[in-house]
Design a protein around this ligand. Structure first.
Ligand code: HEC
Ligand code: HEC
Length: 389
């Protein structure tokens, strides 16, 4: 082989390799880009997120089911048919299909529904006085309370009043919402110092929204897709140390290495905090490992539901809930001796007979005393960016 030919060959070899690398690079870019596009990352961070494609498609598919329901119910009102013909509106995913936003009536009731929806999406801005962190109802009840297996509001609406073990009494829907304001939204550290008082317009508007979402749903039936579907506790139990690895690999990209979320250019959270002073408090349902495991299993990482194994979901739930967060408002006083009020140990015994780390020792420290939110510094008045659908 002549030297020239050899040179040519190595040159063409190099060219081929270069093309290969370029191709690989392009593939990585395309795949990475597709993932970011899927989760709407750019718009979330720019603060211009408007739609969740998946939710929109599901909406389209359920439109037909709702149309059929409306026609039968109109006939029913005109006594041309009987109740047996009235089918439950069901989406193509097999779950109940709530009405779409453009079906909100143009009347006074519709106004209340719209206000309720706005509060649900951004309580920091629309219920400012009663919110003590930077979360939104819709951060834990996804797609504005529409998504099955994300404790959707169409499933909750027909289940209240009911008896609740947590406070040992009959709870109306207002009482139930009061609970999420007090604990999940850390209302006890809000500007007003508590959740909205009984009978407040905020409850009425939220209840209008939920009641409307449940249009056509049967009353007092535990519908498929209600609550969070917690998988059975794995045989290997749950473990925050294992969970830390899951967190780093699957969650930190959005929620931050320190779990404190990420804010957009306007200072609003594009990705909400999972612990620390601006998250849900020690009394919230989400601090229970089993509850968080169910939410995470069915809903996180965002855009990739059911992608974690039950073991990983339990472990990562244990990890995020083994960090300090705002105090349980039922507990006053600190771990320090001589402080008046209920100690963490007492509160742990009275209120925390469940799977969680309140009052337990984690990585060498007893946690539960709580981290105070500072409403003045926290961007809570602007809340979290929740995409419109
Ligand atoms: C940090 C997450 C979180 C936030 C924020 C949150 N919730 Fe909840 N919510 C929960 C959990 C957990 C449950 C219990 C679900 C279960 O165990 O089935 C729940 C349950 C509910 C229920 C009863 C659901 C049912 O099926 O019985 C209602 C109603 C509700 N929340 C309303 C609200 C409202 C209104 C807001 C905002 C003011 C809100 N939530 C904010 C986590 C949250
Ligand atoms: C692609 C980005 C992304 C990834 C990855 C992701 N999340 Fe989330 N997460 C979100 C967003 C956005 C919300 C709020 C949902 C909404 O408002 O629609 C959220 C909400 C939550 C919430 C309820 C709100 C709160 O702040 O407590 C928890 C808990 C949670 N995520 C845990 C996790 C865990 C655990 C993982 C890893 C297994 C994870 N997330 C991965 C984007 C993400």
């Amino acid at each position: 082989m002549s030297e020239k030919k050899q040179q040519e060959e190595t040159r063409s070899g190099r060219a081929v390799r270069r093309w290969l690398y370029a191709g690989l690079g392009a593939l990585v870019l395309v795949l990475g880009g597709a993932y970011l596009y899927r989760i709407d990352a750019v718009n979330r961070l720019l603060g211009t997120a408007h739609e969740v494609g998946e939710a929109q498609q599901a909406g389209e598919r359920s439109r037909e089911a709702r149309e059929k329901f409306r026609k039968t119910s109109e006939k029913l009102a005109a006594s041309e048919t009987n109740v047996a013909n009235l089918a439950i509106p069901t989406g193509s995913d097999g779950f109940f299909a709530p009405p779409l936003e453009d079906e909100i009536p143009e009347d006074d009731f519709g106004e209340s529904i719209r206000r309720g929806r706005e509060i649900f999406l951004n309580p920091g801005a629309n219920a400012t006085e009663f919110v003590g962190n930077s979360l939104a109802c819709a951060n834990c009840h996804l797609d504005a309370g529409r998504r099955p297996n994300s404790a959707p509001m169409w499933a909750a609406a027909g289940m209240y009043p009911t008896f609740r073990g947590k406070n040992q009494m009959i709870n109306t829907m207002e009482d139930r919402m009061n609970g999420c304001f007090t604990y999940s939204m850390n209302g006890s550290q809000s500007p007003s110092g508590g959740p909205p008082p009984p009978g407040h317009q905020i409850y009425k508007d939220l209840e209008s929204y939920f009641h409307w979402l449940a249009t056509g749903a049967p009353n007092r039936v535990d519908l498929p897709g209600s609550g969070y579907p917690t998988p059975d506790k794995p045989e290997a139990d749950y473990d925050p140390a294992r969970g830390e690895k899951v967190f780093e690999a699957q969650c930190a990209v959005c929620h931050g290495d320190d779990g404190q979320g990420r804010q957009d250019m306007n200072g609003r959270y594009a990705f909400p905090p999972l612990w620390g002073p601006d998250s849900y408090n020690w009394g919230a349902g989400m601090h229970r490992v089993n509850t968080a495991a169910g939410f995470i299993y069915a809903n996180m990482p965002l855009g990739l539901p059911y992608s974690l194994s039950p073991q990983d979901a339990w472990d990562v739930a244990a990890y995020i809930n083994s960090h300090e967060r705002p105090p349980d408002p039922r507990q006053t006083g600190s771990i320090e001796e001589g402080d008046p009020g209920m100690s963490v140990a007492e509160a742990a015994e009275r209120f925390h007979d469940h799977m969680g780390y309140y009052g337990r020792e984690v990585r060498g420290t007893v946690i539960g005393a709580g981290q105070d939110a500072e409403p003045a510094d926290a961007p809570s008045a602007t809340g979290t960016v929740v995409p419109e659908q």
